[in-house]
Design a protein around this ligand. Sequence first.
Ligand SMILES: CC(C)(COP(=O)(O)OP(=O)(O)OC[C@H]1O[C@@H](n2cnc3c(N)ncnc32)[C@H](O)[C@@H]1OP(=O)(O)O)[C@@H](O)C(=O)NCCC(=O)NCCS
Length: 187
Amino acid sequence: MSDHVAIAPDVKLGSNVKLSKFINLYGCEIGENTKLGAFVEVQKNAKIGKNCKISSHTFICEGVTIEDNVFIGHGVTFINDTYPRATSNGGRLQTETDWKVESTIVRRGASVGSGATILSRVTIGENAMVGAGSVVTKDVPPCAIVAGNPAKFIRFIDDGPGTDPADYTPPGHTLRWAGRSGAFGKR
Ligand SMILES: CC(C)(COP(=O)(O)OP(=O)(O)OC[C@H]1O[C@@H](n2cnc3c(N)ncnc32)[C@H](O)[C@@H]1OP(=O)(O)O)[C@@H](O)C(=O)NCCC(=O)NCCS
C-alpha cells in the first residue's frame, strides 16, 4: 500500500487491492484485485466489485454500486442528489437528515470513459461503454455504446448478445433509455 492514502477503519478492502497515492476512502467496500488511481475518493456506502480499474481523479459517491470487472476512466463523477441545496429552510447547513441518497449501478464488465458524469438513478448495463465526456441521464442497455451530453445511443458493441432491447430489460424494470432513433421507446 502506498503512502499518503487516507483509509478509514471501516473500509472493507479485498485481497490484493492496489492503491495509488492520495486516495480517500471511508465506509466503502472494494473487491479483490481492484486498482484505484491517484486522487480517487470513494464515500461511505459505495461498493466496488473485484477486478475493477478506477482511474485517477474519479469521485464515487454514496449510493453507487460498481460490479466486477468494470473500467472507470479518469475524472469520472457520480451524482447522488438530483436537487442539491447547501442549506435548509432557515439557513442552517443541511445534514444527512435533510436529503435522501439516490443510487446508481454500473453492471459487470461495463466501461465509463474519462470525464463522464453519471447522474443518479441510472443503471449502466453489463458490458456497456460510455464515451469520454458524456453526461449519462438515462439507463444504458447492456452492450450499448453511448456518448455525448446528454449521452445518446451510438451502437451495440459488435460482440454483444444481440440488438433487441427487450432481451436486456429485466422483469419488472422499465427501460428508460430512448436511443438516438427513439428505437427503444419505453420510458
Ligand atoms: C464512444 C467511443 C467508445 C467510440 O465508440 P464508437 O462506436 O467506435 O464511435 P465512433 O468513433 O465510430 O463515433 C460515432 C459517433 O460518435 C461520436 N463520438 C465518439 N465518441 C464520442 C464522445 N466521447 N462524445 C461525443 N461523441 C462521440 C463521433 O464523433 C461520431 O459522431 P458522428 O456519427 O456524428 O460522426 C470512444 O470515442 C470513447 O469516447 N471512448 C472512451 C475513451 C476513454 O475515455 N478512455 C479512458 C482511458 S484513456
